[in-house]
Structure formats: C-alpha cells, structure tokens
Design a protein around this ligand. Structure first.
Ligand code: ADP
Ligand code: MG
Length: 229
C-alpha cells in the first residue's frame, strides 16, 4: 500500500543518513584511536598531539550537535524583529573569523524594512552558517556583500554574495545533501540545517554560483507568519 511505501522510503532515508553519520564519525574516531595507540607505544604527549586529539573530539561534538538540531523538531518562538539589527549582531559574532581570513563584509540595507516575524536564534544561526561558508570560500580573502531589500508580496530578500571559489552545477545540486562537503574540516550539515530553518519560516533559499567567480545566496522571508495571508 501507499503507506507501506512511505514507511519504507522513510527507512531508506534513515539508513542513508545513518551510513553518513557512521562514516563521518568514524574518521575522527579512527584518528583518535591511532593517536592513543602511538601514545601507548611511547609517543610523547605534547601540545601538538593534544591539539589534534581535541580538535578531532570537537569535530565529533559538532557533527552530533548539528544532527540533533536536524533530528529534533525545533521549538519556534516568533517575534517581530529588526533584520538590520539581527544582521549587525551576526556580523559582530563573525568579525574575528572574517578579519583572520582577510575578508571584508559590506552591508546595504534598504530603508524602512518592516520588522519580520521570526525566531531570532534560528535566523542568526542561518546567517552565521551562510557567512561562514562565504568566508571559507575565499581562501585568499575577498569581499562579501550583504544586500537587504523588500520584494513584492510582503517578502524580504537578504542576499549574501561572495567572490570566492564558487561551485559548478553538480556542487550546487549536492549542496544541502547531508555530509556533502569539500572542506577538510567540514561537516556538510550547515547548509541543510539553514535550509530547514528557512523552510520553518515559510521562506526559501536560492543559489547562484559560478565556479572560480563566486556565489550569491538569496534568503527570501515572508514578513509575517500569519496563516491567513
Ligand atoms: P560545510 O561548510 O561543513 O562543508 P555546508 O553544508 O555548509 O557544509 O556546505 C557544503 C559545501 O557546499 C561546502 O563544503 C562547499 O563545498 C559548498 N559551499 C557552500 N557554500 C559555498 C560558497 N559560498 N561558495 C563556495 N562553495 C560553497
Ligand atoms: Mg558550512
């Protein structure tokens, strides 16, 4: 029956996701076991070794906490917020990483953007994830432009444009699949998580990217979460 099919499809998704989780967590675990064996056989426990082991453990922690957010239906509490202020707060949080990577962030917000109904913490997390990706795409530094504008139909568009490594069509397709990452230390969960949170807000994300030129990510959010509109 149709219900059975849905159930088996769900199981297939769970299976795929579990296989990914196992794979992603096994790598840092294998490296930790390797280090412990070396230490058992007399390798010196210096700062460098401890740093590597700690960073592998942090990696496991990050994967698990991102997965938990994906797995648990998040409780959303909508409030009217000023998107300009929210973005400024996010920029304060991400400033150190941007400076360290020689990235300059410019922001242009249209006047009189109304407050929008949203869960402040979730939206902050989304913009942190997207800005981190933009920074990480520019290994030799560069510029990020954030533009906030009103659209027709009571929607706001927040576009984040970088002049980083860009993505080809295949990469854009894979973006948002769990564990798709081109980074040595990536989890491949950040974008998926962001997309989920934007969908919670009845919004959408668009990607425009050109390999070796840059990427533009557009987040489109409705002004209100009112069911009647
Ligand atoms: P992670 O950042 O942990 O790799 P994400 O889900 O955030 O995971 O992103 C997945 C992959 O998509 C990245 O590894 C990168 O290859 C690609 N990507 C995402 N954002 C950008 C961007 N702004 N420019 C270029 N590539 C990007
Ligand atoms: Mg990321």
């Amino acid at each position: 029956s149709e219900e059975m099919l849905i159930k088996s499809e769900k199981l297939a998704v769970v299976g795929q996701l579990s296989a990914g989780v196992v794979h992603e967590i096994r790598n840092p675990l294998t490296s930790l076991i390797g280090f412990l064996n070396l230490i058992r056989h007399g390798k010196e426990m210096n700062k460098e070794v401890l740093d590597v082991m700690t960073s592998e453990l942090h990696r496991i922690e990050l994967i698990l906490s991102e997965l938990l957010i994906l797995a648990k239906p998040q409780e959303i509490s909508y409030k009217k917020i000023n998107i300009h202020k929210l973005l400024k707060d996010v920029l304060t949080l991400i400033d150190i990483q941007a400076t360290q990577n020689n990235v300059k962030i410019h922001m242009q917000v249209e006047e009189k953007i109304p407050h929008i109904d949203c869960d402040e913490n979730q939206l902050k997390q989304v913009f942190i994830n997207l800005l981190k990706n933009a920074i990480e795409a520019m290994s030799f530094g560069g510029n990020i432009n954030i533009v906030v504008k009103m659209m027709e139909d009571e929607k706001v568009i927040i576009s984040i444009q970088d002049d980083g490594c860009g993505m080809d069509e295949e990469e854009v397709c894979k973006l948002g699949e769990p564990f798709f990452s081109r980074k040595e230390k990536g989890t491949g969960l950040g974008f998926m998580l962001s997309e989920k949170m934007i969908h919670n807000h009845k919004g959408s994300i668009q990607i425009k990217s050109v390999k070796n030129e840059g990427t533009q990510v557009n987040v489109i959010l409705p002004l209100t979460q009112d069911q009647h509109i």
